[in-house]
Write a protein that binds this ligand. Sequence first.
Ligand code: CMP
Length: 158
Amino acid sequence: MDEEERMRERTLVLLKPDAVKRELVGEIISRFERKGLKIVGMKLIKFDKELSQKHYQEHVNKPFYPDLEKFITSGPVVAMVLEGPDAVETVRHIVGATNGRKADPGSIRGMYSNSFSRNLVHASDSKEAAQREISLFFKPEELIDWERDDFFYYASDE
Ligand code: CMP
């Protein structure tokens, strides 16, 4: 993989219904922005059972799946694609361990989640999963390439 590709790695992040209903969306997104991850796709969606089964395909037959499906379909979800160097690993690190009670206290889950299942955020766990999950939620034309630009801090003629 070349350096350019590594710097532009993309990953899927979902802010789950607990994040939306606890009004933590802005707080959580700002953590990613401040880390230097670039938002290249974002929308508010509502999961139905079919989307849940597709997204959580490896968990469908697990005992906890019925509760997971009930939870993920219970309210709006913010779906985002974040881009940056080693984005998959970096985002997982900021999000923290699955169990909010065990997650590093500086991580998003460590700061805001006191639960194993209501853990605020989903983040792709590998580059392969990221590709699959991004294509589940976003069409290619919904992902926007953009560059940081001083133009938006002040006008040159002011
Ligand atoms: P997430 O990163 O979205 O991926 C799968 C989710 O299943 C996980 O977060 C947890 O919130 C949820 N989950 C609920 N119970 C379990 C369990 N016993 N083992 C693993 N994941 C679980």
